[in-house]
Design a protein around this ligand. Structure first.
Ligand SMILES: Cc1ncc(COP(=O)(O)O)c(C=O)c1O
Length: 365
């Protein structure tokens, strides 16, 4: 099976697996214990914290380990000081649903999936406490003008959170240069296991912890640390980034050349180099995903499927993509291990599957 769904999750890298199994097998102590086994575990956690801090360009004390991207997003959005929240229509539900609980103002995006910093400025209120805008979108890969939005936040004296789950490990990230106060990442998107993530919390930013109990993580996140997962994420933070831009460019070039009427969402905007969201008018994305799966290629639908009913993707909807085109969209997300030969084979399979499905489609004349 050739895997093209790295935005859903990525396989564990061998270097990471080695660390994970070593720590699972040999380092069983509780990092809060003062004896030697405890201190061995503490050492693993702090080494990983330093590695994650280097990945993000921050200090180790500014890294809070969490159970993943969702918890990091929830901690940022629900743990920020009281007041009005501004977010965008294309956020991951981990931000959007949390922000909705706080009665957030949800800002629009343009046809390329980009937020206009002026729209954020206009949404400011005297009681605004937090602006949350993602760095890279999980469905389209479109990058947001986070530096400019951070400047708007700074001017207004408001905290700025960015969901960097799809950016970390894909592009260079420097939270200080971005101007973020809070920044979420998730290990399993960059070759660590599922169930571990982190939130960057700028020194001086006060959060109300969401998970209460012991005084772990400088009282920002209670609970005994997931030592093997954290150590593995520390190893993953040191992996070289995969060179996916040439593969993504070739994929799009070949698809546009060989398959009629392909639409690539967000192609006119800056994007992370691993993601391509393509619509093939006249087909149903689920049918295409299944056809490709049978042919040995794993890709994903652009439309999220919840409780058995497929709804058009909220991201594409916010970009003004008509529902029929949205339902004809698939996401191809590249990563470590994908080769040019894989990409060429994928386009061949796509060409065949799309032609076959279109023949059966009354919607495509
Ligand atoms: C942009 C974004 N934010 C947050 C998450 C949630 O991360 P996790 O799966 O670690 O909870 C995801 C995962 O799909 C994501 O793509």
């Amino acid at each position: 099976m050739r895997y093209f769904d790295h935005n859903a999750t990525s396989p564990i890298a061998p270097e990471v697996l080695e660390v994970l199994t070593r720590v699972l097998a040999e380092v069983f102590g509780n990092p809060s214990s003062i004896h030697t086994p405890g201190q061995q575990a503490r050492k693993e956690v702090e080494a990983a914290r330093a590695a994650v801090a280097r990945l993000l360009g921050c200090g180790p004390k500014e890294v809070v380990f969490t159970s993943g991207g969702t918890e990091a997003d929830n901690l940022a959005v629900l743990g920020a000081p009281e007041g009005h929240v501004i977010t965008t229509a294309i956020e991951h539900p981990a931000v959007l649903e949390a922000a909705r609980r706080r009665g957030a103002t949800v800002v629009r995006v343009d046809g390329q999936g980009r937020v206009d910093p002026d729209d954020i400025r206009e949404a400011l209120r005297p009681d605004t406490a937090l602006i949350s805008v993602m760095h890279a979108n999980n469905e389209t890969g479109v990058l947001q003008p986070v530096e400019e939005i951070a400047a708007v936040a700074r001017e207004a004296g408001v905290l700025f959170h960015s969901d960097g789950v799809q950016a970390a490990g894909r592009i260079a990230v420097d939270v200080k240069a971005l101007g973020a106060d809070l920044y979420s990442i998730s290990g399993h998107k960059f070759h660590a296991p599922k169930g571990v993530g982190a939130l960057y919390v700028r020194d001086g930013v006060k959060l109300v912890s969401r998970q209460v109990g012991g005084r772990h993580e400088r009282e920002r996140r209670a609970g005994t640390e997931n030592v093997p997962g954290i150590a593995a994420m520390g190893a993953a933070a040191q992996l070289p980034r995969a060179e996916t831009a040439p593969l993504r460019d070739r994929l799009e070039e070949l698809a546009l050349e060989r398959i009629p009427d392909v639409v690539i969402h967000g192609r006119g905007a800056p994007r992370v180099p691993n993601t391509s969201n393509m619509a093939f008018p006249g087909i149903e994305a689920e049918a295409l995903v299944i056809a490709l799966d049978l042919a040995g290629f794993a890709v994903s639908t652009g439309a999220a499927c919840s409780s058995g009913a497929t709804r058009p993707s909220h991201v594409l909807e916010a970009m003004g993509v008509p529902p029929a085109l949205s339902k004809a969209s698939v996401r191809i997300s590249l990563g470590r291990g994908n080769t040019m030969a894989d990409v060429e084979a994928l386009v061949e399979a796509l060409e065949k599957a799309v032609a076959r499905l279109r023949k059966l489609s009354p919607a495509y004349a």
